[in-house]
Design a protein around this ligand. Structure first.
Ligand code: GLP
Length: 239
């Protein structure tokens, strides 16, 4: 595991974008696993700028997102479809991009459809991840077991509260989501985990504590090629 220290959010964002950009330069037909949340926004901004400057071409690449809320239409500003268009897809030129459909009539069938997409185009070359305050990756919430496949998840109260800041009314935060499972994340050839301010303690637990489904990100200790970019200085020299 490589742990890169970034003194501030801009530095974290640039380093993350450089690693993603390098992936596209080295393998233009990469499959990128993409994440939402506030942490990757800066990296997406750099990638958009470098594409506009002619330095990065995503036309042979495709993306597969980690997750989507249930019940929010794609046009809802807090849906992850909207987020991805706003921060990345409207500014770069992926050949194709997939996200789970959180408004599908049959959500279980949608989980199966998404799993087929992952099987058809995977394994993911580079999986970008943030980390929730409770250690979730994607929306793989703390649980008594890891869930391998794409699945429907009931969000934890802590996650609902953490994400309430994005909604006018906290009551509007969806209670359910569809998330890629742990298998596709572990099968990704490379993982890039971003952890900014406020994530120091959960990052320490995930990377140095026991591997447990109560801290889903701890499973990354088993992955052979993880790069962490973090503003947590103490982590950067711990391994
Ligand atoms: C959401 C997403 C995760 C993300 C997490 C952290 O719940 N489903 O993929 O990693 O939030 O978000 P933030 O980067 O805003 O702290």
């Amino acid at each position: 595991m490589k742990i890169l220290y970034a003194p501030d959010y801009e530095s974290l964002s640039r380093k993350a974008a450089m690693l993603i950009g390098a992936q596209i330069l080295q393998k233009p037909c990469s499959v990128l696993g993409l994440a939402t949340g506030s942490t990757p926004i800066g990296a997406y901004r750099y990638l958009s700028q470098w594409h506009a400057a002619g330095d990065l071409d995503f036309s042979q690449a495709r993306s597969i997102n980690l997750d989507e809320y249930c019940g929010l239409p794609d046009s809802h500003p807090q849906s992850y479809h909207y987020f991805m268009r706003q921060h990345l897809f409207d500014h770069v030129n992926f050949a194709a991009s997939d996200l789970p459909e959180g408004c599908a009539e049959d959500l279980q069938a949608e989980c199966r459809r998404y799993e087929q997409i992952i099987s058809a185009y995977g394994p993911i070359d580079l999986q970008l991840l943030g980390i929730g305050h409770n250690g979730h990756i994607g929306f793989n919430e703390p649980s008594d077991h890891f869930v391998a496949q794409t699945h429907l998840v009931r969000l934890k109260e802590q996650t609902i509260q953490a994400n309430a800041r994005f909604f006018d009314d906290p009551g509007q935060v969806p209670r359910q989501a569809i998330t890629m499972g742990i298998a596709a994340i572990l099968q990704a050839k490379k993982v890039l985990l971003l952890a900014g301010e406020g994530k120091e303690e959960i990052l320490r637990q995930a990377l140095t504590g026991p591997i447990t489904p109560q801290v889903p990100a701890s499973i990354l200790q088993l992955h052979p090629d993880v790069t962490v970019v973090t503003t947590a200085k103490e982590m950067s020299c711990s391994r």
